[in-house]
Write a new protein. Structure first.
Length: 191
């Protein structure tokens, strides 16, 4: 499939079907996934272009009946995480969080090259982040700025469904879409 090359996205209107079996695959959803699909569609329909992503997270979580939300965050976004946790707690959720450096294992023990070779430099520990939130019994986990790769490992080990609120992009103020919209980056990438 190369949907990005399509000049006529008829699928949006229920037209041309490029990948048969869509209805069959929908029937293979678990009951929890069916509920998520319905709730996500309801939130989109009712609040299209009216709610921020944080507000959508709160609305979605309420409608799903989630009470315990986990936040896996990068210590570089410590203040943003505090603000997010405050919003979520005010909305009535119990919040559990795990910072990326939880467990503080020096990179040299894993033979990972350091930025400053002569000092202790803790590696991120997405497995321990997931385990901590698993032990807390979170029903939904939110990623706030985990490094690429670390976010994938976290998701692989999380028992709860996971959504990303903030994607790390140190150059573009955590707005990776900026590279796509920027003429500078388009020229740099040959676009």
């Amino acid at each position: 499939m190369k949907c990005h090359n399509c000049n006529s996205p008829d699928c949006y209107r229920g037209g041309k079907v490029c990948a048969p079996g869509g209805e069959e695959l929908l029937r293979s959803l678990t009951p929890a996934e069916e509920q998520m699909l319905k709730v996500a569609s309801d939130v989109e329909r009712e609040f299209y272009c009216k709610l921020t992503r944080v507000e959508e997270l709160i609305e979605f979580s309420r409608r799903m009946g989630f009470k315990k939300i986990g936040v896996a965050f990068c210590i570089g976004l410590f203040e943003e995480t505090r603000v997010l946790v405050e919003y979520l707690e005010k909305a009535g959720f119990s919040i559990f969080s795990a910072a990326c450096k939880v467990g503080a294992v020096d990179k040299s023990l894993l033979k990972i090259e350091k930025m400053r070779p002569d000092s202790l430099e803790a590696t991120c520990n997405p497995v321990l982040q997931a385990q901590a939130l698993n032990r807390a019994g979170t029903e939904l986990n939110v990623i706030v700025g985990l490094c690429i790769g670390h976010d994938i490992i976290f998701q692989n080990h999380s028992k709860a469904p996971t959504t990303t609120l903030i994607v790390k992009d140190r150059v573009l103020a955590h707005n990776p879409a900026g590279a796509i919209y920027s003429n500078y980056y388009k020229r740099r990438l040959g676009g």
